[in-house]
Write a protein that binds this ligand. Structure first.
Ligand code: GLU
Length: 326
């Protein structure tokens, strides 16, 4: 039987990390080719193309680099790959998943995975996550679902997944909505039909700067007061509760929103911003009146990705439509 084609790219991260000597911290060192040898079952599932596109800690992945990874992934689908798997560090997985999802125009699955335990550690989870990710990427019921994250036997939607634990093995969750699917024995079970996707073209510009600030108790306005002079093209605020800031910040937001887009998300880690509940100065209703937009369920970091992409293709006037609740 002709096996399907599967393309795997390794970018680095803990899944590829080991220490050079006892006592040294782990660093990205294991190539994609070497990772594959830890999952011998894969050769029975697909004809695999693997490339090591980088050996980076995920904190240092840039948007430009991700665009080059996307270019590679697009070429793999054009060459007949049934699906594409990307291995990377988990620290920024929730952001890269959202980034790729807005730009992934194929029906073929794009699956991101990583590991919480380094390749050299006892009980490393990388090989199992990679096998799961490949199974999900090859499954016909994964088509038309955009970019998804596979970790710890669960499948998460790019828009909802977050790293919610720093070191635990089960570090990923999708607050409120839960995982979109799970690995069940050797197959993938989805809990919902694929939803309507929101897609964007490639950004024509990549120099735009989007700031992300968090509201904190009794915080000064120094950064806000200088954000326009610093040349930022957009601002995301991880606000209190349902999308709130202090009175001082509300005044600053109004001035900034006259010039650049300002998005207000919640800093709580779960749930949506409100639209029409609170009326005090600095509340969501007040901030909307001052020209800010509420991000709904989109977390602050994913909201920043969306704004960066929209500004990059000069479609920031469509922000409200992209943020509209499903
Ligand atoms: N815990 C992270 C990882 O799982 C650290 C390094 C990184 O994100 O690259 O990969």
């Amino acid at each position: 039987m002709d096996l399907p084609k599967l393309a795997i790219a390794a970018l680095g991260g803990t899944v590829s990390m080991q220490a050079s000597h006892v006592g040294a911290g782990v660093v990205p060192a294991v190539s994609g080719e070497a990772l594959l040898t830890t999952v011998p079952e894969l050769k029975n599932l697909a004809r695999i193309t693997v490339e090591t596109l980088g050996l980076h800690p995920s904190a240092s992945l840039s948007f430009e680099f991700l665009l080059s990874v996307l270019h590679w992934a697009n070429a793999q689908v054009e060459k007949g790959a049934t699906g594409v798997v990307i291995t990377q560090g988990t620290d920024t997985l929730e952001e890269t998943a959202a980034f790729f999802d807005y730009l992934w125009h194929h029906d073929a699955p794009l699956i991101l995975t990583g590991a919480m335990r380094a390749a050299s550690q006892v009980g490393a989870d990388g090989p199992a996550n990679l096998l799961d990710a490949c199974r999900v990427a090859l499954a016909s019921n994964s088509r038309c679902r955009g970019a998804q994250v596979v970790m710890g036997g669960q499948v998460h939607h790019a828009n909802s997944v977050r790293k919610t634990d720093s070191l635990a093995l089960q570090a990923f969750s999708s607050p409120v909505v839960g995982p979109t699917g799970m690995l069940l024995e050797d197959s993938v079970r989805y809990f919902h039909e694929p939803s309507q996707r929101k897609l964007l073209p490639l950004p024509q510009r990549t120099t735009q700067a989007i700031a992300l600030l968090e509201s904190t108790l009794s915080a000064e306005t120094l950064l806000l007061d200088n954000i326009l002079d610093l040349g930022y093209d957009g601002l995301v605020i991880a606000g209190f509760g349902a999308g709130h800031v202090s009175e001082q910040w509300a005044d600053a937001v109004e001035k900034i929103a006259r010039k650049i887009p300002v998005l207000i998300a919640t800093r709580t880690g779960s749930g949506a911003t409100a639209q029409a509940s609170y009326g005090f100065t600095g509340s969501e209703m007040d901030l909307i009146g001052r020209g800010a937009l509420m991000t709904g369920f989109l977390c602050p970091r994913k909201a920043r990705i969306l704004l960066w992409l929209l500004v990059g293709c000069q479609r920031q006037d469509e922000l409200a439509c992209f943020l509209a609740r499903d």
